[in-house]
Design a protein around this ligand. Structure first.
Ligand SMILES: Nc1nc2c(ncn2[C@@H]2O[C@H](COP(=O)(O)OP(=O)(O)OP(=O)(O)O)[C@@H](O)[C@H]2O)c(=O)[nH]1
Length: 452
């Protein structure tokens, strides 16, 4: 790396005892070719953790005055300033925060202070989660939900202490709180280094590459498949799965294209809102109707698809086909069974129950915004709600500007910087807010008023 490049910084957070020091040791003892300066911050007694950090080659700096969150401006800036004097000695910085800290102010330092932001760039926030205790911690402390909300990567650590089912539930709860995070399960923080360092996580492009469905709305179903069927009777056969029933909507004449699938998805949303008709094994599946397949009996269950003329049948199901080993079978007069595979399938982001007050909102709109209106709206939003809005990220299309604008912020501070030219790409706006008690409808309406 050239000396003129900004130094990437990773913030390591996580509740008390979640495994931060374990991860830090792992990073410092692994061969990755980086020279890492570590900034540690102790709560109360100074220096205990330093004894646990191995490999003396890395430089360890300690913040002196108690809790990092209260002393960021002074202490962190001072330590970073001192570090810059030894710029030739390192090429990466790790800041470990105390388990009780809200990572917001630490992250903000890299936006707020001009001198700091000209030398350092925030690469990502990694939050360690203690799989065995996080449920209680989330209930009790604001800090732990803030640490989850801020994370670009959540390391779900101590997986040896909980069952797989519990981990699945936990993961879905955490995902509800922060839709843009990547969740990695770990034991003794044994994560590959490249999953926590050099993430460019403040870069929305990267997030979209990792999770293309990230900005998509949520649906009451997880899967759809399209089958090309000749006239005749077919069985939709399901094995035992994770749920004793499953909602389904079937359409005749379903197209294969993304556009046609989305159109049917919207139609399904409306049908799913209607009360489901119960179907038992052996019943025929109607079109354009919300049905609930009853699957509580042991063994496989079969429902009938009665096809009058050749058609492409679209099935939109509450769970994925895989979870029930769901198959469409053709049985001829000689009782020969033939499986008809789907021609195309699509997964959808399934909605979850929002039992935590921390959540994320995504806004995606084609077209241009009026920069002045957007500034006024954002300014007001962040000054009124900035305490509750932890992270903002996104791309904006300013009217009259050939380049797209990259937005990112922490609490009430944000930066808007011109990025690459739109070129032939359709001009659009993609914004994500993560925070507490956010009103999705109000924010979308507010944003829509800024569109031209
Ligand atoms: N069972 C189990 N224990 C773990 C795992 N990872 C870490 N530990 C243990 O958990 C304890 C706390 O780990 P640390 O790495 O010190 O956690 P920390 O987040 O730095 O803790 P504080 O500095 O107190 O906030 C230590 O005794 C670790 O050995 C794991 O995956 N499974």
């Amino acid at each position: 790396m050239s000396i003129n490049e900004k130094v990437p910084v990773t913030i390591l957070t996580g509740f008390l005892g979640s495994g931060k020091t374990t991860l830090l040791n792992r990073i410092l003892s692994e061969e990755h070719g980086k020279r890492i300066a570590v900034i540690e911050n102790e709560y109360g007694e100074v220096g205990i953790d330093q004894g646990l950090v191995i490999n003396a080659d890395e430089e360890v700096f300690e913040m002196s005055n108690g809790c990092i969150c209260c002393t960021v401006r002074g202490d962190l800036i001072r330590v970073l300033g001192n570090l810059m004097k030894r710029r030739d000695k390192f090429d990466y910085v790790l800041v470990e925060t105390t388990g009780l800290a809200d990572p917001g102010p630490v992250a903000q330092t890299f936006f707020m202070d001009e001198e700091i932001s000209s030398e350092f760039t925030l690469d990502g926030i990694v939050t360690l989660v203690d799989a065995a205790h996080i449920d209680q911690q989330l209930g009790r402390s604001d800090e732990s939900s803030e640490q989850v909300a801020f994370a670009d990567v959540l390391v779900l650590n101590k997986t040896d202490l909980v069952s797989n089912d519990a981990l699945d539930n936990l993961e879905s709860r955490l995902r509800d709180m922060n839709r843009m995070t990547r969740i990695i399960r770990a034991e003794k923080a044994d994560v590959p280094i490249e999953t926590v360092l050099n993430l460019s996580a403040f870069d929305l492009d990267q997030i979209l590459k990792r999770r293309p469905t990230f900005l998509e709305p949520e649906y009451p179903f997880e899967w759809s498949g399209v089958y090309e069927l000749e006239p005749g009777k077919y069985e939709l056969k399901l094995e035992e799965g994770p749920d004793p029933e499953m909602s389904l909507v079937a359409f005749a004449n379903q197209g294969f294209s993304e556009e046609e699938l989305k159109e049917s998805a919207e139609a399904s949303v409306r049908l799913y809102a209607e009360k489901a008709k119960n179907l038992e094994s052996g019943n025929t599946i109607p079109y354009d109707e919300h049905v609930s397949l009853k699957l509580q009996n042991k063994g496989s269950k079969s429902f009938i698809l009665d096809i009058e003329k050749a058609s492409k049948i679209g099935l939109f199901t509450q769970h994925t086909a895989e979870e029930f080993n769901m198959k469409v079978l053709k049985i001829d007069s000689q009782d020969n069974v033939k499986e008809i595979p789907f021609k195309t399938e699509r997964n959808w982001v399934a909605e979850h129950e929002h039992d935590d007050e921390v959540g994320s909102i995504a806004i995606e709109r084609f077209g241009d915004v009026d920069p002045e209106k957007l500034n006024t709206w954002m300014g007001r939003l962040l000054s009124e709600k900035g305490v509750d809005i932890f992270r903002t990220k996104g791309f904006i299309s300013y009217s009259g500007n050939p380049r797209r604008i990259v937005f990112q912020g922490v609490h009430m501070l944000f930066t808007a910087q011109p990025d690459k030219e739109w070129g032939n790409e359709p001009r659009r706006n993609q914004l994500v807010f993560i925070g507490r008690n956010l009103n999705e409808k109000e924010m979308q309406e507010g944003f829509d008023k800024c569109l031209i």
